[in-house]
Design a protein around this ligand. Structure first.
Ligand code: SME
Length: 158
């Protein structure tokens, strides 16, 4: 397994994802430990896109509990149906939130974060066992291209 990401400079976001995803796939396929894989994916996404915060919350009972992440310290527990993360878990679908102030019940772990994407991660039974959360300090960075490829990434996580 190569421990260095290779991403060509000056290309579209779509092409960056197309280079990144096979490398991440190779990385996670060689390791069975979930936390190790989530940690590497969080690091790879932070290194590639420089987002404000990127990380995972894991379903534990009736809550999401903070998992591997990159960025400032964050809320540790989120109830089912609460915030963007808890709503993603409840509704079993991704949320693109271009302006967090427009999302009722949004949980502000950091006041610097103004837009957000949360993607569910499913187990073999189709239940959500984790969510992937990306936060940006800019309004114009996260879009449907990110949702599409973050969902592909979520499919690699078992
Ligand atoms: N904003 C999220 C909480 C998690 S942090 O952003 C890292 C939410 O509303 O669920």
């Amino acid at each position: 397994m190569a421990e260095t990401l290779i991403i060509s400079p000056d290309q579209s976001k779509e092409n960056i994802y197309k280079e990144l995803i096979p490398q991440l796939k190779a990385l996670v396929e060689g390791e069975t430990d979930l936390i190790a894989n989530l940690a590497n994916i969080a690091a790879a996404l932070k290194e590639t896109f420089g987002w404000w915060w990127i990380g995972f919350y894991l379903v534990k009972g009736d809550e999401l509990v903070l998992g591997p992440f990159q960025g400032p310290i964050a809320c540790t527990r989120i109830k089912y149906g609460r915030g963007v993360c808890g709503t993603t878990w409840k509704e079993k679908r991704s949320f693109l939130v271009p302006d967090v102030n427009q999302f009722p019940g949004h949980i502000a772990c950091s006041s610097a974060s103004v837009s957000e994407i949360v993607v569910p991660i499913f187990d073999k039974q189709g239940d959500v066992f984790a969510v992937l959360d990306v936060d940006s300090e800019r309004f114009d960075v996260l879009d449907e291209v990110d949702v599409k490829y973050l969902e592909k990434m979520a499919e690699m996580i078992k």
